[in-house]
Design a protein around this ligand. Sequence first.
Ligand SMILES: [Zn+2]
Length: 173
Amino acid sequence: MTLRPILIHPDPRLKKVADPVTAVTEEVRTLASDMLETMYHAPGIGLAAPQVGVMTRLLVMDCVKDETQAARPMVLLNPEVTWASEALNTYEEGCLSIPEQYADVERPAEVEVRWMDLEGETQSERFDGLWATCVQHEIDHLDGKLFIDYLKPLRRQMITRKMQKLKRERARA
Ligand SMILES: [Zn+2]
């Protein structure tokens, strides 16, 4: 397994719609395990392939926060929201591509998601709580959407400017 560098906003690859996975190849399996390692190392609870520069509809997540509970690494290929609750939930979201910036985002509190697993089987599950927020945030990445796109333009521009500065600093370091 290899850690992959995570793209930092703004980057054109984070604004693009990713392509569906057509077959579970060795490349897809390697990407999934690299992404899980990269996510746990960051540390983060979710990561989408475009964030490591791969324009494929694949995401990984593990929202188990309690250290006494077993980890639940999940790999979702071509995930789709098939149902969303009318009830909404607000979470303070962050993103590995937008380090150290957090903002409240309102989303459906529960969603049902269908996806293909690494065996090529179709899976479906209803998510709530942090899992629901996380899976919607990550699916957004596959459609070129970031959590800051839900914020007011002024706030979004402020965060984008901070990220531009961060990237300049990192490039110099
Ligand atoms: Zn993100």
